[in-house]
Each structure stands twice: as structure tokens, then as C-alpha cells.
Design a protein around this ligand. Structure first.
Ligand SMILES: NC(=O)c1ccc[n+]([C@@H]2O[C@H](COP(=O)([O-])OP(=O)(O)OC[C@H]3O[C@@H](n4cnc5c(N)ncnc54)[C@H](OP(=O)(O)O)[C@@H]3O)[C@@H](O)[C@H]2O)c1
Length: 250
């Protein structure tokens, strides 16, 4: 179990519940009751940037097999060599082909074109979109409104043969990449249509010390999760911080 060693006692209902109560109420879901994903290969498209490289580093450091993708294989190789921990580098197409889970960490500008060009390589793969469509002006960051609703829904529309999920939107690339930091203290909101796919991504997040993956709804609700980063950027600017998120009472 990916949550081994953490407090993952399953919550149970009150002992006094009546038979009617127990028939109506499903037991509370334990956020650590997740599949073992330690044997899966994770590819990162755009893995030469701060977010992709940071995620690649954290996952590889936790023992996951990771391939960094780039538009240029040599840039990917250079980034992989820098990270160590068995990370490999390849162009985006080969990365997608060789991976079980593919994290999309390219800028919003290149999102649609990149995914469209990799439709075949990404068929059947579990795709994890972490792209935040944002604009910046003198007042700071603000959320853009993609035609499809969100970056994740654009991915789902462009990749009908892939299993598209969305996660890892609210991480600080600075913290991810800092080797002095042992734990990344944050929850990861995971969205998707299929419960099994969402749980795989939750488990992947849980491989990184300090992180916990939480099911946070279907892709039609990805827009506000992607957009929340504009607020986090405001928080970080005001308080000179790298703020993360915690969901309470779970
Ligand atoms: N930075 C953060 O803290 C953070 C946190 C959460 C989520 N995100 C999201 O993660 C994504 C990546 O963020 P980042 O800061 O790492 O971005 P970035 O550095 O601007 O881009 C990442 C990589 O994408 C590739 N790329 C650049 N332009 C591209 C294009 N037009 N088409 C295809 N690939 C392109 C580049 O790699 P090659 O030139 O090697 O191909 C680049 O190194 C963004 O969508 C962002 O919203 C970022």
C-alpha cells in the first residue's frame, strides 16, 4: 500500500447505528486505501521545466521509475542526468510510449498541440494533466477560460482513447526541486471520471512524503481547481511563501 506507515485506520460508523442507518450509509472512504503503483513507469511531458522536473525528482526519489520527456531528446537527457535516481530522458513521443502514467507538464500555450500530436502514443495510457491556464497582467495572475471548460477537459476531448485525470495543480516547483526539503506538506486534488484511475493517481501522489491524494470530483469541475492557482500566486506574493493546500476532516 502506498500509504503504509501513515495513519490510515479506516473510519467506521457509530456502533449504535440502526440497521436502516447501515443500509443507507456507505462506510467512509479511507484516503489511504489505494492500489500499489510502485511498479508503474511515469513519464513527464515537458519534464525539462520546473514543474515537470520537480515532480520527476520527487517521484524518482520515492523509488518510482520516471522518464522525462521533451520536444528534444537531448534536453530530456540533460535534465535526467541532472536528477539522477534512475531518471531517463527521451522525446515526448517515446516518453509517452514507454510510460504507464503520463503527466502533462507543458505550458497552456502548447497544451492542445502537444496532446494532439501524441494521440496515438497516449492511447490506453493514464494521463495526468497538471496544467493551469493562467494569464498575467499588472494586477497579477488570473484564470483563463478554455473553450472546453478546462485544460483537463481539453485533454479528454483531444485524447478519446486515453484515461484522462487531473492533479498536481497546486504544487510549488521551488519546493519540489529543493533536495534539502524532505516532505512536501500538501494535499493533491485528483479529478477524473473513473474511480480506479483516480485512485492510481492518488496513490502516486501518496508516494511523495508529506503528500496525500484526495478524490476531488469529475473533470467538469477541473476549471476551478486549475484556476485556484491564481489565488495561490497572490498568497505567495503577499506572504513570500510557497503555499500548499490541506483538506480537513479526512
Ligand atoms: N511551475 C509551477 O510551480 C507549477 C505548479 C503546478 C502546475 N504547473 C503547470 O505545469 C505546467 C508546466 O509548468 P512549468 O513552469 O514547468 O512550465 P515551463 O517551464 O514553461 O514549460 C515546461 C516545459 O514544456 C516545454 N514547452 C515549452 N513550450 C512548449 C510548447 N509550446 N509546446 C510544448 N512544450 C513546450 C519545454 O520543454 P522542452 O523545450 O524541453 O520541450 C519546457 O521546459 C504549466 O502548464 C503550469 O501551469 C506549474
Amino acid at each position: 500500500m502506498s500509504g503504509a506507515g501513515r495513519n490510515h485506520a479506516r473510519k467506521v460508523g457509530p456502533m449504535t447505528s440502526t440497521s436502516t442507518d447501515s443500509a443507507q450509509k456507505a462506510p467512509a472512504k479511507d484516503p489511504w486505501d489505494l492500489p500499489d503503483v510502485s511498479g508503474l513507469v511515469v513519464g513527464v511531458l515537458g519534464g525539462t521545466g520546473p514543474q515537470g522536473k520537480g515532480l520527476a525528482y520527487r517521484l524518482a526519489r520515492a523509488g518510482q521509475k520516471v522518464i522525462i520527456g521533451s520536444r528534444a531528446a537531448e534536453r530530456a537527457q540533460a535534465a535526467a542526468d541532472e536528477l539522477g535516481h534512475g531518471v531517463e530522458g527521451a522525446d515526448n513521443a517515446e516518453t509517452a510510449r514507454r510510460s504507464d502514467i503520463v503527466i502533462v507538464a507543458v505550458p497552456w500555450d502548447g497544451h492542445g498541440k502537444t496532446l494532439e500530436s501524441l494521440r496515438e502514443e497516449l492511447a490506453g495510457k493514464l494521463v495526468v494533466d497538471c496544467v493551469n491556464p493562467l494569464g498575467f497582467d499588472k494586477k497579477g495572475a488570473y484564470a483563463l477560460k478554455p473553450e472546453e471548460g478546462s485544460a483537463a477537459e481539453q485533454a479528454a476531448a483531444l485524447l478519446p482513447d486515453s484515461r484522462v485525470t487531473a492533479a498536481f495543480h497546486h504544487l510549488s516547483a521551488v519546493l519540489l526541486q529543493d533536495p534539502e526539503i524532505e516532505e512536501i506538506d500538501t494535499d493533491v486534488m485528483v479529478l477524473g471520471e473513473e474511480r480506479a484511475d483516480v485512485e492510481i493517481v492518488q496513490a502516486l501522489a501518496g508516494r511523495i512524503p508529506g503528500m496525500r491524494g484526495i478524490f476531488s470530483g469529475r473533470l467538469r469541475n477541473a476549471h476551478q481547481v486549475e484556476s485556484l492557482v491564481a489565488n495561490l500566486i497572490s498568497v505567495n506574493r503577499r506572504y513570500k511563501a510557497h503555499a500548499g493546500l490541506r483538506l480537513t476532516d479526512l
